[in-house]
Design a protein around this ligand. Structure first.
Ligand code: GLP
Length: 242
């Protein structure tokens, strides 16, 4: 956009829509007027409106629904990365109802990477728990978690859709989680992931790898979780050490 007047208008539209969202005049789920209506209301070209809307899509404030129009997006879920929470705990603290759909629950021999992370001999049994996690019924995360079978015999008999695994580890096996190391790596949704998370094929995901340790320093879980990129934000607090 080269014309400065046009650019100023475009910024005004972006600012005024953002101000309305922040003030709550436009709430999550509200439908936004069409490009044609907005250009009439604001008396600017459709091109200018289109540029403004694109900026809001990129910032994740608006999203399109095929055949239905453009809507204000729900605020992203903020995950604090310097506190060790279970999914259940993290959702409850935000006033969100957590949910889980069990996709796979298997006792399998540890692969090289899982055996390395969990310090179990290669080929020794681990439980593989694969769940789709929901926030207020909306699919948010695909979890692939591995637990040493020797530490948690019979883990597969629990209802892992209705109960928090971390609570089960604590109440049934007296294992208290103490710390974890975590890494973050952007990736893209494959076909199965896009179906489960109801996002387009190739949409951005954040792969979060976690190894969690108990109070004795034993690794008790290794997880590879895929968070929806359009719905998640990871927040950490830092101390200046300059
Ligand atoms: C988070 C962690 C997972 C962990 C899960 C336990 O999602 N990233 O590694 O398995 O919480 O959640 P819950 O205790 O709610 O079952």
């Amino acid at each position: 956009m080269t014309n400065p007047a046009e650019r100023a208008l475009y910024l005004q539209i972006v600012d005024s829509l953002m101000a309305k969202i922040e003030a709550g005049e436009l709430a999550p789920g509200d439908k936004v007027s069409s490009e044609r209506d907005l250009s009439k209301q604001l008396q600017v070209s459709r091109m200018t409106v289109r540029h403004a809307m694109s900026a809001l899509y990129v910032r994740g404030l608006l999203h399109r629904e095929q055949g239905r129009g453009t809507f204000i997006t729900e605020p992203k879920l903020e995950e604090l990365t310097n506190t060790l929470f279970s999914f259940t705990e993290s959702m409850l603290r935000k006033g969100i109802t957590p949910g889980a759909r069990l996709l796979r629950l298997q006792r399998i021999p540890a692969t090289r990477s899982v055996s390395g992370e969990l310090h179990v001999p290669l080929g020794q049994d681990v439980y593989y728990v694969n769940r789709l996690r929901l926030a207020n019924q909306e699919p948010m995360v695909i979890e692939h978690s591995f637990f040493p079978a020797t530490l948690f015999p019979g883990l597969d008999k629990y209802d892992l859709e209705m109960q928090s695994i971390y609570r089960i580890l604590e109440s049934e096996y007296s294992v208290c989680l103490a710390q974890a190391s975590q890494s973050y790596e952007p990736t893209m949704a494959n076909e199965e992931e896009s179906d489960l998370l109801k996002i387009p094929l190739g949409a951005p995901l954040m792969l979060v790898r976690r190894t969690a340790f108990d109070k004795q320093g034993r690794p008790v879980e290794h997880a590879k979780d895929l968070y929806r990129g359009d719905r998640s934000r990871f927040v950490s607090r830092m101390i200046f050490r300059g």
